[in-house]
Design a protein around this ligand. Sequence first.
Ligand code: NDP
Length: 276
Amino acid sequence: MDRYEVIGNPVSHSRSPWIHSRFALQTGQSIEYQRHEVVPEQFEEEVHHFFMTGGCGLNITLPFKERACALTTQRSPRVEMAGAANTLGYTAGVLWADNTDGVGLVRDLAENLRVPLRGARVLLLGAGGAARGVVQPLLEAGVAMLDIINRSPIRARELVSEISSRMVGAQAVIQAYGWDDLPQQPYDVVLNATATAVTGSMPDLPATLFTSRTLAYDLGYGSGMTPFMMRARERGADWVVDGLGMLVEQAAESFFLWRGVRPETMTVLQDLRSSL
Ligand code: NDP
C-alpha cells in the first residue's frame, strides 16, 4: 500500500489520517496514512528516511513548515512565495514541496463560508509556517488591508517586508505589529494563525478589533471552541469559526497533488465535525 504521513510536534491532535482515509475510500485509492511525531533535531533525517524507504508523501505540520521548505530542491511557486511547505512528495528521484494551506483557507472562506474577501480588512495573528502560507492567497483574493501581529514582532516585520518586496503594484496595505503594539480598529476578518489552539493559552485581544459582523476564524481546531474563538466571542464577535473547513480543503489539495484525483469535501467536513 502507498504510505503517507503527517509529521510534526505535537501531532497527536491531527485529524489528517481520518480525512485522508475518507478521501481514499471515496475515490477508490489504496493508501495508508499515519501520524508521526518527530523530535526537532531529527526532522530532516526522518524526512529522508521516510522517502528512502518507499514513502510516497508527507504533510508537514507545526513547527516544521519552514524547515521543510529549506529541505527540498523542487519548490512550487506557492512554496517560494510562502517560504514554508506543508506537502512533500518524491517523484522520479526528486523531492518536491508544495503549500496547500493558502488555497485551503481561501476555499473555506470564499466558497464554504461565502465571505467576501475582495476589499476586506483582515487581521492575521501569527507569522509562523501557517501564516506564511496564507498571506499570498489572501492578497490574490483581493483583500484591501492585511495587518499581521506576532509575538516576536521581528518575524511579522520580516514577513511584511518579504511580501512588500514581491508585491509590485499591490493594492493591499500591509503592516506588522507586536502584541504590545496592537492596532485599534475593527476588521472584517480576524484570522488566528498562532499555535494557541494547541498550546491552550491565548493572549488578550481588545474589543476594538471586532464588530458583531467580524468573522473570527481560528486556523486551529479542537473538539469545541478554541481559546481564540472564546476570546473573540467575549470581545463582541458573533461569528466564530474553527479551522476544520480549511483542514479538509488543504488536505483535498494535497491528496490531489499526490494522487491526481480531487475528492469531494463537504460531506467529509460534515462527518468530521460530527465525529468530534
Ligand atoms: P508555527 O510553529 O510555525 O508558528 C506558531 C505561531 O504561533 C508563531 O507565530 C508563534 O509566534 C505563535 N505563537 C505560539 N504560541 C503563542 C502564544 N502563546 N501566544 C501568541 N503567539 C504564539 O505553527 P504553524 O504556523 O504551523 O501552525 C499554527 C496553527 O495553525 C496551529 O494551531 C496549527 O494547527 C494551525 N494550522 C491549521 C491548519 C488547518 O488546515 N486548519 C493548517 C496549518 C496550520 P512566535 O513567532 O513569536 O514564536
